[in-house]
Design a protein. Structure first.
Ligand SMILES: Nc1nc2c(c(=O)[nH]1)N[C@H]1C(S)=C(S)[C@@H](COP(=O)(O)O)O[C@H]1N2
Ligand SMILES: [Mo]
Length: 571
């Protein structure tokens, strides 16, 4: 058999039999068995990950690895193009590429079974290796991918078995130039299916038709089993999530010892379309590399604090943290990937523990006080590393280990149970979610995740202002039109906002009161709009007296700058 195959297969096109055979059907079946086997692999992987850890799902592993190795410009483009859907698009992309490879393996399996099956297994094994190389992975994270590889290989073996010519090999000598893998039939319509009996069919027709009915049955069983395993796996992951959900629901945060107090009067001026001062949790932007949101159990959560210049290592659990003095503070968070006019910024009322107090208790001194560490690395349960200047954390600003957001425990997506919030620094250098470790080190010693990807090691938030209304290309009626938005320069504060129309004179906007300098500031002007197309521009001046400059700078490596402008039509 092996000899036949070796002799019969040539690098060239498969010989086309003279009569009656439709190799196309068999090829199609072969091609189909690839995706079917992939389905089996994914179903098995899903089931296994549902039992072990949802984050170890093979597609998630590959997606995560793609995220980690994607060059920054491509990542920016993806965030800019797909916004919050970027992760869905990525996972779809992984699946599409996978199906492409699967079709290839399937086609191969109908001609060369062993290499194809081996290939399928190696695919799973490769994903297992990737799983192991992901940050914060454990050996058990390889299991779903390995199981997926075995399931995929098994399914492919089984399906390709149905593709073999019925009785072709041993019973009838294959005609010259043909192999048992390239069916040749000399007569017209032949009986199809196993009922005829493999040897009989081949003998009576002198041909090697494959077992179509058998293939169809095997394909159906594979598809059904894959779907079943997949759904069951999903169920298991969801019930795990439900448990974590329940654990979070059971958390009740103590009232803050230092409440933020009522918001100043005049916040939220009544202008339709203006961003509210406090961003509700459900509307808060989300930026992270996690394909599945980590659902950390607060009851087993620990924070480890160690490193240079600490008199002792400290470990805290959630209850220790909640027993400390809790501060409530309105702080605006901003992502470095926020383009001028972009949406990746939000303002919340955080509750947390003062990070500076915690560090000082452990003997940490700022570099300006002679401390040896200038960088604080925060590490999350999913292996993210974020580097924050120790100087910034200890300079008196309200840097928090936050546990609460707008009156409830942090939502999972925003870092439950504990995250960092440091006013005045972009999120990627300050706002580590799902925090589990703080290490004092130096910038010379450690490059954090994004710094290794060419983003700046230090990134204070740049002064920005944004027009929320009217929207770009809006059509508005002539007369008085409210132009409004927000401006931010966390820790410096916003002193003044100005608007101009069509390069005319700058007009000072009314600015709403703010509790302090760590939040954005709402502003509005009344514009006497005349018919035509107009360009509105905004610029802000921060608390140090610096006014935003017009030059547009992109988000990389340390944040965008320039004036936001909006073109509208007045009718
Ligand atoms: N563990 C972890 N923390 C993270 C990130 C991440 O990818 N992983 N992204 C950071 C970035 S870039 C930003 S802008 C903020 C966003 O916080 P949010 O999703 O709560 O708005 O989280 C930061 N913390
Ligand atoms: Mo960010």
């Amino acid at each position: 058999m092996t000899a036949h195959r070796t002799a019969g297969s040539t690098p060239g096109p498969t010989p086309v039999p003279a009569t009656g055979v439709r190799p196309g059907v068999r090829r199609a079946a072969g091609a189909l068995s690839g995706p079917l086997a992939t389905g089996a692999a994914l179903g098995a992987g899903e089931l296994c990950a549902g039992l072990l850890r949802p984050g170890a799902r093979p597609v998630t592993v590959v997606g995560g690895a793609v995220i980690d190795s994607t060059p920054a410009p491509v990542k920016e483009w993806a965030i800019a193009t797909f916004g919050a859907a970027d992760k869905v698009v990525l996972q779809l992309g992984v699946v599409v590429v996978l199906i492409g490879c699967a079709v290839g393996l399937g086609l191969l399996s109908s001609r060369r079974r062993v290499p194809a099956v081996l290939g399928a297994f190696l695919f799973g094994a490769a994903v297992a290796v990737i799983a192991l190389s992901r940050p914060a992975s454990t050996l058990s994270d390889t299991v779903p991918s390995l199981v997926a590889g075995v399931a995929g290989a098994g399914a492919l073996w089984w399906l390709s078995g149905r593709l073999r010519p019925v009785g072709g090999a041993g019973s009838v000598p294959a005609p010259t130039g043909a192999s048992p893998w390239t069916p040749v039939r000399e007569e017209g319509a032949a009986p199809i299916g196993p009922r005829t009996g493999p040897a009989g069919a081949a003998a009576s027709t002198g041909a090697a038709e494959f077992d179509r009915r058998g293939f169809l049955a095997a394909a159906s069983v594979t598809a059904a089993a894959s779907a079943g395993a997949g759904l069951l796996g999903r169920r298991l992951s969801d019930s795990g999530a439900a448990e974590a959900e329940a654990a979070r629901d059971a958390v009740s945060l103590p009232a803050p010892d230092l409440p933020a107090g009522p918001l100043p009067a005049g916040i939220d001026p009544p202008v339709t379309g203006l961003t509210p001062f406090i961003t509700p949790n459900r509307d808060f932007y989300r930026v992270d590399t996690a394909l599945t949101v980590p659902r950390v159990d607060a009851t087993t959560w620990r924070l480890r604090l160690h490193g240079l210049g600490m008199s002792r290592e400290v470990t805290l659990d959630y209850r220790n943290l909640l027993r400390r003095e809790l501060v409530e503070r309105d702080i605006t968070l901003t992502c470095v990937s926020n383009e001028v006019g972009g949406p990746y910024t939000g303002n919340a009322r955080w509750i947390g523990v003062r990070l500076a107090e915690l560090l000082r208790e452990a003997g940490v001194r700022a570099p300006s006080e002679g401390g040896p560490a200038d960088q604080l690395i925060s590490r999350s349960v999913d292996g993210m590393t974020i580097g924050t200047p120790v100087e910034a954390v200890l300079d008196g600003r309200e840097a928090l280990l936050a546990v609460g957001m707008n009156g409830e425990p942090l939502p999972f997506r925003n870092g439950f149970p504990v995250r960092m919030v440091v006013p005045g620094l972009y999120g990627y250098v300050s706002a580590c979610k799902w925090l589990e470790e703080l290490e004092l080190t130096t910038f010379a010693e450690v490059d954090a995740y994004w710094v290794r990807r060419q983003w700046a090691a230090e990134a204070p938030i740049k002064t920005q202002s944004r027009i929320d209304t009217p929207r770009p290309f809006a059509r508005v009626g002539a007369g008085t039109v409210a132009v409004a938005g927000v401006a931010w320069a966390q820790t410096r504060g916003i002193e003044r906002v100005e608007v101009r129309v069509d390069d005319g004179p700058w007009q000072e906007a009314v600015t709403a009161d703010v509790p302090h300098t760590d939040t954005w500031r709402q502003w509005f002007v009344e514009w006497r709009a005349e018919p035509g197309s107009h360009r509105l521009e905004v610029r802000a001046t921060d608390g140090t007296g610096d006014t935003q400059t017009p030059e547009r700078v992109g988000i990389s490596p340390d944040g965008a700058s320039g004036w936001h402008s909006v073109v509208v039509t007045v009718e």
